[in-house]
Ligand binder design. Structure first.
Ligand SMILES: NC(=O)c1ccc[n+]([C@@H]2O[C@H](COP(=O)([O-])OP(=O)(O)OC[C@H]3O[C@@H](n4cnc5c(N)ncnc54)[C@H](OP(=O)(O)O)[C@@H]3O)[C@@H](O)[C@H]2O)c1
Length: 278
């Protein structure tokens, strides 16, 4: 089974679905082999702009004969979405890929059938720009060709990493799933600090955004590690050293650890309780 011959159905046509569909189309995937289902005609209309993919208001019809069903709905509606496609998934032995936070493989197999092949993954919002980071974990029913298929689909919107244990997805959720928000929070704090120092908001915002972009590009493109990149900014006895000393004295690393521990615990709670969150 290859990506060229696969029929891929997205259940839920929101932000994440449209970014993955956009990535697949950009990487040359045939629009005719892509389907999307969503109860909202307006949401479907947004997808129409991406290409000539098949659109459905009925989940079950969209999943008929599908090779891959991608569940791209909020966790709150996952149970209803699974119930609507269970018969079609069982009939076609489709690979099911879920991008929902906190919905376990066990709960999906309870909803779709015990032997359903499931890949659970955790993408992040930079997937919208093709700059996502997605971790994947497969149930034991997933065969090597299906693994490759899942990896190829998510690689259309960024980097992919397989994790050996399903629980690792909780750590991934705390790291890269929620991670973009941490960087935005840090940037917001820098902008506020700049404003309090007397800079205009426009100036503080522009300088913060460009600094984040520049630092991220150096982190990605440089052949030296992050600590060395940091050292090169930090002149002995200079301004950066004073700021970094303050971060360290006030426990930045411990705070990051505690925040990520809290996020991971929440992901585990959501999985254990089958609880809804977005
Ligand atoms: N946002 C993140 O940072 C992030 C990161 C990683 C993973 N995720 C996961 O990605 C999933 C989708 O998130 P998203 O940001 O793409 O959400 P979204 O934009 O709200 O997309 C979900 C879509 O599903 C539709 N829908 C609702 N009920 C449905 C049903 N029964 N059948 C089919 N479609 C239905 C929604 O329609 P309405 O708008 O009309 O309700 C909406 O268009 C979530 O499970 C989330 O946990 C999100």
């Amino acid at each position: 089974m290859s990506l060229d011959t696969a029929i891929i159905t997205f259940v839920g046509a929101g932000n994440m679905a449209s970014s993955i569909i956009g990535g697949l189309l950009e990487s040359g995937h045939r629009p005719a082999a892509l389907r999307a289902a969503d109860p909202s005609p307006e949401n479907l209309a947004r997808l129409r702009k991406l290409g000539d993919i098949e659109l459905f208001e009925d989940n079950a019809t969209a999943c008929e004969d599908a090779t891959v069903v991608i569940l791209a709905v909020k966790p709150q509606v996952m149970a209803a979405a699974m119930a609507s496609v269970r018969d079609q998934v069982c009939a076609s032995n489709a690979l099911v890929i879920s991008i929902a936070a906190g919905t376990t493989i066990a709960s999906m197999q309870a909803g779709l059938g015990e032997q359903t092949a499931i890949v659970r993954c955790m993408p992040n919002t930079p997937a919208l720009l093709g700059a996502g980071a997605t971790a994947l974990h497969a149930s034991e029913q997933v065969d090597p060709a299906q693994r490759e298929l899942a990896e190829t689909i998510l690689a259309a919107v960024g980097i992919v990493e397989w994790v050996p244990a399903e629980a690792d997805l909780d750590a991934i959720t705390a790291l890269s799933g929620s991670g973009p928000a941490y960087f935005f929070l840090f940037m917001e704090a820098m902008i506020e600090a700049g404003c309090r120092m007397g800079l205009s908001r426009n100036c503080a915002t522009a300088m913060t955004r460009q600094t984040a972009l520049g630092a991220a590009r150096m982190a990605m493109e440089s052949d030296v590690d992050l600590a060395e990149l940091r050292r090169r900014v930090t002149s002995p006895g200079g301004t950066t050293e004073r700021a970094v000393q303050r971060f360290e004295a006030d426990g930045l690393s411990a705070l990051v650890q505690a925040a990520m521990d809290a996020a991971r615990e929440r992901a585990a709670e959501m999985g254990a309780g089958g609880e809804a969150a977005n």
